[in-house]
Design a protein around this ligand. Structure first.
Ligand SMILES: [Zn+2]
Ligand SMILES: [Zn+2]
Length: 382
C-alpha cells in the first residue's frame, strides 16, 4: 500500500495540502477548503489510514471502493498530456551501423545504401490506452504504443518497453529544451496519418494482450457448455428410452405415461435451450478501449539516412538508433501496423509497406496499400 500512500501524498500536496506521515500507514492531512469539499472532510486536519490496522479515527483509503474514482475526479483532464526529454547518454554510437541496419531492414524487392549518419534529436509520440475486457470475469490492462515522428516508424515491443522502463527509473523530470525541441520538430507523419494508423495497430495490440484472457474464457465456456449438454442429454436419453418401451403398450395407463414422458422430453429441451442462453449471456464479451494518456518524448538518436533503390527509382528514408535504449527501431511501414519484419517497396511511389495485405485476396496480384488503400488497382475489389 506504500505506492498508493506515496501517490496520495503527491496528489494532495500538489493540491495545496500539508501532508505528514504519522504512523507506519497513516497520513495527517491539513487540507485547503477546496480539497476538503471535494472529499467531504469536515475538519481542517484529517487522518488517512492505508491499512486495516490503521487507527479507527482514520479515514480508510484503499484501492477498493470509490477512492480511485474520487482521485480521478480531482485530477480531471490534467496529466493527460506531457512532454519530456530523455538525457543524452554517454554511450558510444554503433561502430558498424551497416551490420545493425542489415538485421533490421529486410527488403525482398529492393536494395539499400547508407548515405549519412548523424547525432540528433527525434520526437516520439507515446500513447497509453486503457482496456477493460469483461465476460464472466474482468480484466483491466494498459497498452502503450508509439510513433517516431521524425522517421515515421512505429515504436513497439522491446524498444518501447525499454523506453518506458528508463522513463520510470528517472526520478528527475526533464522538460524539453529548445535545442531538442527545434531539432526534433521535422515530422514524417501528419496528424491524419497518425490517426489512421492507430486503430489497426491498437486492434492488433489489444488482441495480443487479451489472448490469454480470451483463451481461458473459451475454456471455461466449453467446460460449462459440456456440463449443461451432458446433464440434459442424459435426462433426455432416459426419457426417450422410457418412451420407446411404452411405444407398443395399448393400456390407458401406458397412454398417460407416454404423454407424461413426451412432456418431460419437451421440458428438458426447453430447459437446455434456456441454460444455453444463460451461458451465452454469462460469457458475452465486452471490450472497452479508451485513450488514457499521451507523452511527447524528445529522445537522442543516431539517425541513419538510407537510400532505397527499386528498379529505376530511389528514395531516402530515415532509421533511428535510440541512444537511451541502445536499440535500432523497426523501419517505417506506410500502410500497416509496422509489426512485421519485411518491407516491400512499391513501383509507383516507392512506398515502404509490410507484407500483410500486400497480395489482393480477389485477383492474387501484389498491390501497394499506401497507393491504393481501399481497392485493388487491378481488379477494383476491396
Ligand atoms: Zn485485385
Ligand atoms: Zn505505393
Amino acid at each position: 500500500m506504500s505506492a498508493l500512500r506515496a501517490f496520495v501524498t503527491d496528489l494532495l500536496e500538489s493540491e495545496g495540502a500539508a501532508v505528514e506521515l504519522v504512523e507506519p500507514d497513516c497520513l495527517d492531512v491539513l487540507a485547503p477548503e477546496l480539497l476538503r469539499r471535494a472529499f467531504g472532510w469536515q475538519e481542517d486536519l484529517t487522518r488517512l489510514g492505508f491499512s486495516a490496522a490503521s487507527a479507527h479515527s482514520a479515514v480508510r483509503v484503499g484501492l477498493e471502493g470509490d477512492w480511485l474514482a474520487r482521485f480521478g475526479a480531482l485530477i480531471g483532464e490534467r496529466g493527460r498530456w506531457a512532454a519530456r526529454q530523455l538525457p543524452t547518454p554517454n554511450a558510444a554510437i554503433p561502430n558498424q551501423p551497416e551490420h545493425l541496419i542489415e538485421r533490421a531492414l529486410d527488403l525482398p524487392n529492393a536494395v539499400w545504401r547508407l548515405v549519412d549518419s548523424r547525432q540528433t534529436w527525434t520526437c516520439c509520440l507515446l500513447l497509453a490506452f486503457r482496456t477493460t475486457a469483461s465476460s464472466d470475469e474482468k480484466r483491466d490492462g494498459l497498452i502503450w504504443l508509439g510513433f517516431n515522428l521524425g522517421t515515421g516508424a512505429v515504436l513497439n515491443g522491446p524498444l518501447l518497453e525499454r523506453l518506458g522502463r528508463i522513463l520510470a527509473e528517472q526520478s528527475v523530470w526533464h522538460p524539453s529544451d529548445l535545442e531538442a525541441d527545434t531539432t526534433a520538430r521535422a515530422t514524417a507523419l501528419s496528424a491524419e496519418q497518425i490517426a489512421a494508423r492507430i486503430p489497426p495497430l491498437l486492434n492488433h495490440l489489444v488482441r495480443d494482450d487479451l489472448e490469454p484472457f480470451l483463451r481461458s474464457m473459451h475454456r471455461r465456456l466449453e467446460r460449462d457448455r459440456g456440463r449443461v449438454h451432458t446433464y440434459h442429454n442424459d435426462l433426455r436419453q432416459t426419457a426417450l428410452a422410457k418412451l420407446a418401451k411404452l411405444e407398443t403398450a395399448t393400456t390407458d395407463k401406458a397412454a398417460a405415461d407416454r404423454k407424461r414422458e413426451a412432456l418431460r422430453v419437451a421440458a428438458i429441451e426447453r430447459e437446455y435451450a434456456a441454460k444455453s442462453d444463460d451461458l451465452e449471456h454469462k460469457y458475452a464479451l465486452k471490450i472497452c478501449v479508451e485513450w488514457a494518456q499521451g507523452l511527447i518524448l524528445h529522445a537522442p538518436v543516431q539517425r541513419y539516412d538510407i537510400m532505397i533503390k527499386r528498379r529505376k527509382g530511389e528514395r531516402l528514408i530515415a532509421l533511428d538508433w535510440h541512444a537511451s535504449v541502445r536499440m535500432l527501431e523497426a523501419p517505417l511501414d506506410e500502410a500497416g501496423t509496422g509489426l512485421e519484419q519485411s518491407r516491400y517497396v512499391c513501383d509507383e511511389n516507392l512506398h515502404v509497406t509490410s507484407t500483410a495485405g500486400r497480395v489482393c485476396p480477389s485477383c492474387g496480384k501484389a498491390r501497394c496499400r499506401a497507393c491504393h488503400p481501399k481497392t485493388c488497382a487491378r481488379c477494383a475489389k476491396v
